[in-house]
Design a protein around this ligand. Structure first.
Ligand code: FES
Length: 460
């Protein structure tokens, strides 16, 4: 899918893998997480390659709204209640540090990527209590947060919380510079992995990554491919679902500097990108499209807030959502000590990818990382996870997923089944795609696979 980012940054095409190779680290996936992790590993002197199924940065990284912020919707009040103040503080600190890491890296390497520091706002046009509580919780954790009723936006809000010194950039201009320093094999699809097991309770054997172009033997493996496609071990299919959201780029929509997210209903987000304004929102669990009306909702809102504005581009993105609202960054599973994963970024891929690029290289190199326990995929908090877990397993009262598992077909049409674990697919009329409500695989109207965890297309 094309966005204003993919339209304005071109990457040199990389050759596919040819034959068999042996490396220290194989990173699966050439999006922002894979590139940042590989780049940091290379700085530490490791021999690392990226294996990318298609072209780098053409997945979700190319469809982001590219906000770099530790303001992750209404999160801190909830984190304090569910995980305690210290874990919430570490989550905030890790993401705040990630904002600073971007600036440092961009300055040091003199990367021309439209980076700018911005104030980040959460606003509500309906009520004040949520944002007011969030401001208090954020301050408690050491964030420079302030509750206000003035945002500078061309419409009134009931309440807002602002975080100073957050940022925005052009993600592909940034990644192009880092990617140029890395060994990357494009058009190289990892089909399966063999090995990586513990031998005699002590060391782990190497892993063979079987691709469609050859075999990569690696001492360490990093899954940075958005949604891990390996079902066992790890059970990520029970621990992640995906949500699709939509963006329109508008001209003639005057708004102030700043990055904004509404906390009501369709959760509209706003930021400027040069002369354009990006208006996003209308997020839904995959398979839950409102019959083709998501972009219409955005355009209606655009006319309400920015009369006379015009759409110049539209695109959508899919995000992996973890059970408890914290990304999974760390060891993939206890039985595979040299496999690592970075996923479940919950719509905050820019900062989460940077956090992952600190934690995973530290784990691989045996360096202590204070944030690692907070993001560890091996954590489990029943209180924070139960609702999503039941839904991912198809035993929620939410009809969408329940119906998908049971294969109900209310319209009497032929049921399309997902090639991952067989759930019933739903049509997305905005994108002309088939979406899976269970774990978010997505297929073109001719059956070609567009998004995993499915590994193959479907027959129509
Ligand atoms: Fe898992 Fe469709 S994505 S069954």
């Amino acid at each position: 899918m094309k966005s204003i980012w993919t339209d304005t940054a071109e990457f040199t095409e990389r050759k596919p893998l040819h034959g068999n190779i042996t490396v220290q680290v194989a990173v699966i996936g050439g999006g922002i997480a894979g590139i940042l992790i590989a780049w940091q590993l290379k700085q530490r002197g490791l021999d690392v390659v990226i294996l990318e199924e298609e072209r780098i940065c053409t997945g979700q990284t190319g469809c982001t709204t590219a906000k770099i912020t530790c303001q992750h919707n209404l999160i801190y009040d909830r984190l304090i209640r569910q995980f305690g103040r210290e874990r919430a503080r570490l989550y905030a600190k890790a993401n705040l540090a990630a904002v600073g890491e971007y600036e440092k890296l961009i300055r040091e390497r003199k990367i021309d990527c439209d980076f700018s520091r911005q104030t980040s706002w959460l606003f509500s046009t309906e009520k004040v209590d949520g944002v007011e509580r969030e401001a208090g919780a954020a301050r408690l954790l050491g964030i420079n947060a302030e509750y206000t009723t003035y945002t500078g936006l061309p419409f009134k809000v009931k309440g807002a919380v602002k975080f100073e010194q957050q940022a925005q950039f052009h993600p592909l201009k940034f990644l192009k510079v880092l990617a140029a320093e890395l060994t990357i094999y494009e058009h190289t699809r990892v089909i399966s992995l063999e090995g990586g097991n513990v031998i005699r309770g002590r060391t782990a054997e190497k892993t063979s990554l079987i691709t469609d172009k050859g075999v990569v033997t690696a001492s360490q493996v990093v899954f940075a491919c958005h949604y891990p496609f390996v079902n066992f071990p790890g059970l990520y299919f029970a621990r992640l679902h995906q949500e699709r959201s939509y963006v329109v780029a508008l001209e003639n929509a005057r708004m102030p500097e700043g990055i904004y997210l509404g906390v009501d209903g369709d959760k509209f987000s706003l930021r400027k990108a040069g002369d354009l304004t990006l208006l996003g929102g209308c997020s839904h669990r995959t398979g839950g499209n409102r019959g083709g009306g998501e972009y219409d909702v955005l355009l209606e809102k655009a006319q309400q807030w920015f009369p006379g504005s015009r759409e110049v581009k539209r695109w959508s993105a899919q995000d992996c959502m973890s059970l408890d609202g914290i990304p999974y960054i760390g060891r993939f599973a206890a039985s595979k000590p040299h496999w690592y994963v970075a996923t479940g970024f919950n719509k905050w891929g820019m900062t989460s990818a940077m956090v992952a690029s600190g934690i995973i290289p530290d784990l691989i190199c045996g360096t202590e990382n204070v944030y690692a326990p907070v993001f560890s995929p091996q954590r489990f908090n029943l209180n924070a996870s139960a609702g999503n877990l039941l839904c991912n397993l198809g035993i929620s009262s939410a009809g969408l997923v329940k119906g998908a598992i049971a294969g109900l077909n209310t319209k009497g049409k032929v049921t399309k089944r997902c090639s991952h674990l067989g759930c019933k697919l739903e049509w997305n009329a905005d994108e002309n795609t088939w979406e899976c409500p269970c774990h978010g695989s997505c297929f073109a109207d001719d059956g070609t696979k567009l998004e995993g965890p499915a590994q193959t297309g479907i027959r129509l």
